[in-house]
Design a protein around this ligand. Structure first.
Ligand SMILES: [Zn+2]
Length: 59
């Protein structure tokens, strides 16, 4: 399934508020976990870890 939009980030934790416009939603924090990608349940943006990004262990 095609994601609405793919956004590369350099952190496993991202905050998404859908941006401005019709897809805006309350800010939520998403954690990619081991897959290094996560889709926002509100606006279907797909967040992926940037290639080469340093991932720190633990929390
Ligand atoms: Zn979102």
């Amino acid at each position: 399934m095609q994601a609405f939009e793919t956004i590369e980030v350099d952190s496993l934790k991202v905050a998404c508020d859908g941006g401005r416009g019709p897809l805006g939603h309350p800010r939520v924090f998403l954690n990619m976990g081991d897959k290094h990608q996560v889709e926002c349940p509100y606006c279907s943006r797909l967040y992926v870890l940037k290639a080469g990004a340093k991932v720190s262990g633990g929390h």
